[in-house]
Write a protein that binds this ligand. Structure first.
Ligand SMILES: [Zn+2]
Length: 104
């Protein structure tokens, strides 16, 4: 299994050093997350560009949004956070929409 292989590789790379093992696991975790979600800088840049392009209006309720507290909602959850695959929404609108779709 892939996870077992990755674990064995990380353990091998750490060479029995618990501090290095901690650091390697943490780094791998963060890098995998950025691979899926993009880096914080990339996401901030995308949000700012979309906010400007959409005149700051929520894609769900159509009301004005502050840049602070808005969220990117992916159209296709399996695809990444790109300009084409995201819409900007209020946090509350996003939560209501997720609940309506059966996500929690
Ligand atoms: Zn809204």
């Amino acid at each position: 299994m892939l996870l077992a292989e990755v674990k064995a590789m990380v353990m091998d790379a750490a060479g029995g050093d618990p501090v290095l093992l901690f650091a390697l696991r943490r780094r791998l975790f963060i890098r995998l997350m950025y691979w899926e979600r993009g880096t914080p800088a990339e996401r901030t840049k995308l949000k700012a560009a979309k906010h400007k392009a959409l005149s700051g209006l929520c894609a769900i309720c159509g009301e004005l949004m502050d840049v602070e507290g808005l969220e990117s909602d992916r159209t296709d959850a399996l695809d990444s956070y790109t300009a084409e695959n995201t819409r900007l929404v209020h946090h509350a609108c996003h939560r209501q929409d997720q609940e309506a779709k059966g996500f929690r």
